[in-house]
Design a protein around this ligand. Structure first.
Ligand SMILES: O=C(O)CCC(=O)C(=O)O
Ligand SMILES: [Fe+2]
Length: 367
């Protein structure tokens, strides 16, 4: 039988502890589609920061203008005055760190590989390896479905550290309020009904939490923590490591470093689902994570997606005669499956959904 062991890469954390030479599958190729130089450029301005309290309580015009500019220029921004206590963010970070410090056998109880061979989206491990020549990321992760709540697979929710489950539950309740406030502010900017975007997320909508762990890497010049991608869901709320930087966003062909700041930061970014729903007005920015030779790094991402059983496509209120649908409709679960195929090849799923411009012109010409 053919050797299929390449489908089951070892934990990167374990690899990092035992090697000075990352294996070939982790190394950047000569021709990288989105640039092989991993040293990013400093952002030309501080990360745009939106006072969410001010924006949602009084619809402050200055904050709304800042949000518009952040969305147009970067597709991501930091939120302040968001109602999430520092102690909760600290707890989530500490619990995440404690989880990754557990012995491998303990973490493997939550493995994303079933029966030693089948990959599932949820659980502890690495990304799915689909082809033998796929470039691998220098990170491990724990990926959990948080909503719908009745679909939580608690067998994959760690019981050590003890506070893990409660912290995650509490954290995602708070994070949901932030997501709703951001969606309302975005709807206003787009001149939609205030609840138009919030209402796209029914009680069957998906929420995932992903705990990313990047061990120190002996070759940060050649190895990425996460390959370039746009997040597939609608919105991401990212809790960043306050001590170690690594995240970079691509803008006009340049990779910009998101600096680490000394207190906990919640970064919000648009994902491809939102790009499609807004008919391309909002863009899911491409980002990646670089590695660090000395320090480990942790981030916690909460992803907000739609009900997998519904269709994804531009929302009706975003379409006009001058701006017909740019993306074809598709069932959300098929769209997500297509995304994971594209991601493993370092491509963006949204490009495959685009309605070709010739067709667009033909539609625009119709009365
Ligand atoms: O670790 C980070 O800062 C970003 C992680 C990320 O891009 C993701 O989980 O999709
Ligand atoms: Fe991401």
């Amino acid at each position: 039988m053919a050797d299929e062991s390449w489908r089951l890469p070892s934990s990167v954390q374990q690899l990092a502890a035992s090697t000075q030479e990352p294996p070939r599958q982790y190394l950047l190729r000569e021709q990288e589609p989105l640039g092989g130089n991993l040293a990013g450029t400093e952002m030309p301005e501080p990360i745009p920061t939106i006072d969410l309290g001010l924006l949602s309580a009084s619809n402050d015009a200055e904050e709304a203008a800042k949000l518009r500019s952040a969305l147009q220029t970067w597709g991501f921004f930091k939120v302040s005055n968001h109602g999430m206590e520092t102690s909760l963010m600290d707890s989530v970070m500490t619990t995440s760190r404690d989880f990754f410090r557990l012995p491998l056998e303990e973490k493997r109880k939550y493995s994303n590989i079933i029966d030693g061979k089948h990959f599932q989206m949820e659980g502890y491990g690495t990304d799915q390896v689909k082809t033998q020549d796929q470039r691998l990321d220098w990170s491990d992760r724990l990926h959990l479905k948080v909503e719908p709540e009745d679909e939580r697979n608690l067998a994959l929710w760690p019981i050590h550290p003890k506070s893990f489950r409660d912290d995650l539950h509490e954290y995602t309740l708070r994070s949901k309020r932030i997501k709703d406030d951001v969606l309302r502010a975005m709807a206003k900017l787009l001149e939609l009904d205030e609840d138009c975007l919030v209402n796209q997320f029914s009680d069957r909508a998906l929420t995932f939490a992903r705990f990313n762990y990047y061990p120190p890497c002996p070759r940060p010049d050649l190895v990425l923590g996460i390959k370039p991608h746009s997040d597939v869901y609608a919105l991401t709320v990212l809790l960043m490591d306050k001590d170690v930087a690594g995240l970079q966003f691509l803008r006009d062909g340049t990779w910009y470093n998101v600096p680490a700041v000394s207190n906990y930061t919640l970064l919000i970014n648009v994902g491809v689902t939102m790009e499609i729903m807004t008919n391309g007005i909002l863009k899911g920015p491409v980002h990646r994570v670089v590695t660090n030779s000395e320090k480990e790094r942790i981030s916690v991402a909460v992803f907000y997606g739609l009900d997998p059983e519904r269709e994804i496509g531009p929302i009706a209120q975003m379409l006009t005669e001058d701006r017909p649908a740019r993306y074809r409709k598709m069932k959300v679960k098929d769209f997500l499956a297509a995304h994971f195929e594209h991601f493993s090849r370092g491509e963006r799923v949204v490009d495959s959904l685009r309605i070709r411009s010739r067709f667009l012109h033909a539609c625009a010409g119709k009365t």
